[in-house]
Structures are given as structure tokens and as C-alpha cells.
Design a protein around this ligand. Structure first.
Ligand code: NAD
Length: 362
């Protein structure tokens, strides 16, 4: 297979971890006989510095024309001025919107060897294997009207939580499809006791669920869901929710695994390239030190192989190599070890090269 992948390393540790994921993809290409070409572009704070905007039209067009996009992280104290006319995060929202990636998939799996790194008691996190699916291009972050005004001598701010039926239906369809290949359970999270948009969400969840009789559907209010993620995460499987609830719950779920540096994500649309990125930010506190954990980005590359290129065997080979390296005790500083970013990748790639994988099915 030939594939064109656009790289957006971004800011802080972004370039450090993306460089390792590229090494991983090159190792996969060499092992399985594929050709991946990489085009690197600026996005986020570095793009503001160079072009005066966090995402140029040319970069967006390159991403739209690619087979997949791999992103590091954006942002940092240099671009944090709330009065600035552009911010790195604006580029991220524009990229998601421009690619039409409405579904953000965040698998949260607690590796048995890392149970002690989790802030929760071992008996709570043992066996946790959750897939959070967050709606990404609707809701409060995009609804209109939005803004501030002075009304009757008072300053007033407004954001709008808006959803159309088709936006809800397509993400729920995806959640049920994903649940089919897992434990056959969907937890739909809403706030239907208060919000009209959540009542529409719940109605469509029930309608969609009727098409998948083999899947158990439960509805959980967002406040209860946030509690359950701490008290009984091992009982949850596929969680699907709207944009802002998902933003908060995915960060909460991410701490279960012990380090932000471990977790990948994929953002998918109905067609066009997917966007793949670790869930962590640009980590300015460790940027430039060469100690960032590359696993979140390497596992994002595995998701890219699976969802954008259809290379399931290759994705699984990379994931198994990560599992094996962790089981063998390889650790970066965030996990209490001393391996550098590059050494951690070396350990993973050595295991992938050495493993006997089944022949790829093409
Ligand atoms: P962060 O995720 O960057 O860092 C939080 C903590 O986790 C830090 O102590 C950091 O050192 C550690 N950490 C994160 N990734 C790690 C890795 N791979 N290996 C080892 N340790 C890691 O969150 P923050 O500090 O709140 O934000 C820093 C900047 O990143 C801000 O400008 C924020 O806006 C931005 N941000 C960007 C994204 C994104 O690009 N998608 C997401 C979140 C935050």
C-alpha cells in the first residue's frame, strides 16, 4: 500500500513524539512492505509565529487531500494571552471542522503492569477497557449565537448548545457499530433531566438502539457518569456523548491509565482523512528534554493504520509491541522509569521487528 500522511507536529513535545510515531510507521512499512510518504506542516503556535495564523488555508487543504493526518500537540504559555486574536486551539477546532471529523474515539485501557501508576485503587482499575466516543463538531463549542454584549448596563455572555438530529444519529450509529465488536454495551451519556438537546439525544439513542437488538443500551446522566468513571470504570465499555460532556469525561477517564502520555485518539468523519493525535497537550514543562512518553502518539499511529488505511494486522502488531515493552518493564519518566523518548520507541520497535506476526491480509 502507498499512503500520504500529513504530519502536524505542533508545539512543545509535539515534534518529539511525532518523530517517534513516524519511526514506528516507517518500521511498519519496512516490515509489511508498504510505502508511506510524509508531508510536514506547521499548525498551532508555531504557525502563528511563522504565518500569523494558527492554521493556514494551504495546510488545511494539504490535510484534506491526505490519506490521514497525524498531529502532536499545540499550545503553550507563549500563546496564552486571552486577548490574542488567534490562539493555537482555534487552529485545532478549525482543522476538526475542516476535515469534518465529527467522532473522537479515545480508548482507555489499563495495562496490568501499570495498575500501580493509576491514582485509583488496583481493584477499581483492573480490567478497565473503555472506548469513549465524543461528538466533536457540534454542541456548545460551535453553536450560535455566541459572544458577549453589554445589556441594561450588565455584561452578558452567551454560548449555545445546539444539535441537529443527523449529527446525533451518525455518532450513535458509530457507537453501536463499535460496540458490536466489543462487549456489546453502549452507555449513552446526557443531561436529559435538564437539557432539551439531551432529550433529543436520548430519543435518537433509543431509536438507533432498536436497530441493534444484540447491544445493551443504557442512559446515564453526565453527573452520574463522571462518578461511575471513578467508582466502577471496569463496568463500562463504549461510552458515547456530546462534545462538552465528552471533553470533560475523556480527560477524567484518561487518568485511569496512569499517565496522559499513554493514550491515543482518532477523529473520524463520514469520508476523507482521519485525524490522529495523543490525548495529551504540549507539556511545556518537559518540552525539549527528550523524556516525553511517545506511546500515546505511537498508539495513535496504530489507530491511523487501522481506521484510515485498513491495515488491521499492522495496527495490532504495533499495539502488541507496545504491550510487550510495558510488560517487560520499559518505562519513561512519567511511569517512574528512566528511558528517554527515543529509547522507549527503540524498545517498542525492536519487539515489533522480532515478533512473528501473521501474514498481512490485503
Ligand atoms: P499537558 O497534557 O500538556 O500536560 C499535563 C501534564 O502531563 C504535564 O505535567 C506534562 O508534563 C505531562 N505530560 C503530558 N504529556 C506527556 C507525555 N507524552 N509524556 C510525559 N508526560 C506528559 O496539559 P497542560 O499542561 O494543561 O497544557 C499544556 C499546553 O497544551 C496548553 O497550552 C494547552 O492548551 C495545550 N493542550 C493542547 C492539547 C492538544 O494539542 N490537543 C490538549 C491539551 C492541552
Amino acid at each position: 500500500m502507498q499512503a500520504n500522511i500529513v504530519l502536524l507536529p505542533g508545539d512543545g513535545i509535539g515534534p518529539e513524539v511525532v518523530a517517534e510515531a513516524v519511526r514506528a510507521l516507517e518500521a511498519v512499512a519496512a516490515k509489511f512492505g508498504h510505502t508511506f510518504s510524509f508531508t510536514e506542516r506547521l499548525m498551532g503556535g508555531c504557525s502563528i509565529d511563522q504565518f500569523g495564523t494558527s492554521l493556514t488555508e494551504e495546510t488545511l487543504a494539504d490535510c484534506q487531500a491526505a490519506d490521514a493526518v497525524l498531529l502532536g500537540a499545540v499550545g503553550g504559555p507563549k500563546w496564552d494571552d486571552p486577548a490574542a486574536k488567534d490562539r493555537p486551539e482555534r487552529g485545532l477546532l478549525a482543522l476538526r471542522k475542516g476535515l469534518g471529523v465529527f467522532a473522537n474515539l479515545r480508548p482507555v485501557k489499563v495495562h496490568p503492569a501499570l495498575i500501580d501508576c493509576s491514582p485509583l485503587k488496583p481493584e477499581k482499575v483492573r480490567g478497565v477497557d473503555i472506548l469513549v466516543i465524543r461528538e466533536l463538531t457540534g454542541g456548545l463549542y460551535f453553536g450560535w449565537p455566541k459572544g458577549r454584549e453589554v445589556k441594561d448596563g450588565r455584561e452578558r455572555a452567551v454560548d449555545t448548545l445546539e444539535y441537529y438530529d443527523y449529527e446525533i444519529r451518525r455518532i450513535l450509529e458509530l457507537a453501536f457499530k463499535m460496540a458490536t465488536g466489543r462487549k456489546k454495551k453502549v452507555t449513552s451519556v446526557d443531561k436529559a433531566n435538564v437539557l432539551e438537546s439531551s432529550r433529543l439525544w436520548r430519543q435518537i439513542a433509543i431509536e438507533t438502539g432498536k436497530k441493534y437488538p444484540e447491544i445493551t443500551l443504557e442512559h446515564v446522566l453526565v453527573d452520574t457518569a463522571s462518578m461511575r468513571l471513578i467508582t466502577g470504570p471496569a463496568w463500562m465499555d463504549v461510552i458515547v456523548t456530546e462534545n462538552m460532556f465528552g471533553d470533560i469525561l475523556t480527560d477524567e477517564a484518561s487518568v485511569l491509565a496512569g499517565s496522559m502520555g499513554m493514550l491515543p485518539s482518532a477523529s473520524l468523519g463520514e469520508r476523507g482523512p482521519g485525524l490522529y493525535e495523543p490525548i495529551h497537550g504540549s507539556a511545556p514543562d518537559i518540552a525539549g528534554k527528550g523524556i516525553a512518553n511517545p506511546i500515546g502518539t505511537i498508539l495513535s499511529a496504530a489507530m491511523l493504520l487501522r481506521y484510515s488505511l485498513g491495515l488491521e494486522v499492522e495496527a495490532a502488531a504495533l499495539e502488541q509491541a507496545v504491550e510487550q515493552a510495558i510488560s517487560d518493564g520499559c518505562r519513561t519518566a512519567d511511569l517512574g522509569g528512566s528511558l528517554t523518548t527515543r529509547q522507549m520507541t527503540d524498545e517498542i520497535l525492536r519487539r515489533m521487528r522480532d515478533a512473528e506476526n501473521p501474514a498481512p491480509i490485503h
